[in-house]
Design a protein. Structure first.
Length: 448
């Protein structure tokens, strides 16, 4: 190491390679320390720079960060899946697991051969599906020679995942019918949450008719009008995609069928949904992120079915509903079975304080909202198209008054769906309507 200032002799000695490696020279002026290394002169800054560890470039740093984050995420996902698997061993404390799936024909269907405890805040339901993907006990495809079959087709009201399997209305109907002298009568449940008349007709064509029912009961509720519209239904789910087949109106007013929209990455999504419980919970969390992009006069979109007068989009939804319901009836009759539409009691027919509860839930009652218009329009559809239709509200109101029921009456305190009592009363009401309308075969030991 030497000190270099304005010392020509030193420079010359260095350049001549005759320098002594150990001695140093002092100069009166500012000087720079220079190291000699293998015939090269290196300043202190260069030596320090060469002594520092090599720095990674930014893209390599980013790559390591990404690998670290992905690895950590993978470990957390594994622990999450393991935790859910352990919890599933304790059904009484496990809230739910998947029992519905994307269906390329129906949009949504039940997963066959599932048994799930489905619990929420105020209920602990039990969901059992058979090999046909029905919310029902085991059924055979073949019908016995003296067997009478009733098929219930509807949405979550009939699906009844909020109650135990033996409390669902179709099972209660079988019990009541057996007590009334109809021992060989089966009541099959083909209902799935969220489907409307469009999907229910497809359900009948693809699934129900294979069981050769003698009577098909279509349970129609207030959100079915919206469900039947290919423009209104997608709006109701905001940022989420709802998969369903639809019937639209063609240029000449005829129905035009539109199949289910293919789901992106369906093969991968189906694999994840069928093998990992965590996928179900992540999907449920995402589905709860509800951002309403459309409303009807400031309330939930479905209440547009009660609008008076209905807006053009709702007029078309009602027209599609009428045409699809008529096609449903004609299809069932052509198969040699009977057809009946049943309309459950609505909240405003049961609860005298419905206005207050509606405002608590929705914030207001829009001026065009007319509670009677829904039933009036349905009855007009039935009369014009000769569709047998029964309303269950009178039976429910009579039961409420006879038993001095209080809120939530036939529903759950945290959920508008039927409680076990609601399913029982609905079963009683439907059995009575079927008997009064002569939809059933004669009871055992009797002839008509």
């Amino acid at each position: 190491m030497i000190h270099v200032g304005e010392c020509t002799s030193v420079s010359q000695r260095v350049s001549g390679a005759s320098i002594n490696k150990s001695p140093t020279s002092r100069c009166s002026q500012a000087r720079v320390r220079v190291h000699y290394d293998g015939g090269q002169l290196l300043s202190d800054a260069q030596v320090l720079e060469s002594a520092r560890p090599a720095q990674l470039r930014w893209h390599k740093k980013l790559l390591f960060v990404v690998i670290g984050v992905v690895s950590l995420g993978f470990v957390l996902l594994c622990f999450g899946e393991l935790g859910l698997r352990v919890l599933s061993l304790f059904p009484t404390s496990f809230r739910s697991s998947p029992f519905r799936q994307y269906d390329p024909v129906l949009g949504l269907s039940l997963i066959p051969n599932k048994h799930v405890i489905h619990a929420r805040g105020c209920f602990q339901g039990e969901v059992s599906t058979n090999r046909w993907g029905m919310r029902d006990r085991n059924r055979s495809l073949e019908k016995g020679p003296h067997e009478f079959r009733i098929a219930l087709v509807g949405d979550s009201v009939v699906e009844g995942v909020q109650v135990k399997s033996d409390e669902v209305m179709n099972i209660r109907m079988e019990k009541l019918l057996a007590e009334k002298g109809y021992p060989n009568t089966e009541v099959l449940n083909f209902s799935v949450e969220g489907i409307g008349t469009d999907q229910e007709l497809v359900m009948y064509q693809e699934r129900v008719r294979r069981f050769h029912p003698d009577v098909v009961v279509l349970v129609f509720v207030e959100n079915d009008v919206m469900n039947n519209s290919s423009t209104l239904q997608p709006k109701a789910y905001g940022i989420h995609t709802w998969y369903a087949p639809y019937y639209d109106l063609g240029a000449n007013g005829d129905l035009v069928f539109r199949p289910v929209e293919p789901r992106p990455l369906d093969r991968w999504m189906s694999f994840l949904e069928s093998h990992f419980l965590l996928t179900y919970y992540l999907e449920r969390i995402w589905f709860r992120v509800y951002i309403p992009l459309y409303t009807w006069h400031g309330v939930s979109l479905m209440w547009g079915a009660f609008g008076d007068p209905p807006e053009p989009e709702w007029q078309q939804a009602w027209l599609v509903t009428a045409k699809v319901m008529t096609l449903f009836k004609d299809t069932v009759l052509n198969d040699g079975a009977k057809f009946l539409v049943v309309v459950p009691a609505n909240f405003y027919q049961i609860d005298p304080d419905w206005r207050q509860r509606f405002i608590q839930r929705e914030g207001k009652i829009p001026l065009p909202f007319s509670v009677n218009k829904f039933a009036e329009r349905l009855w007009q559809i039935a009369e014009r198209n000769h569709i047998p239709m029964e309303f269950l509200a009178p039976y429910f109101v009579a039961y409420r008054d006879a038993h001095h029921l209080q809120w939530p009456y036939f529903s759950l305190s945290c959920d508008p769906h039927y409680s076990a009592l609601g399913h029982e009363v609905a079963a009683e009401a439907m059995v009575q309507k079927l008997e009064d309308g002569h939809f059933l075969s004669p009871p055992a030991g009797q002839t008509r």
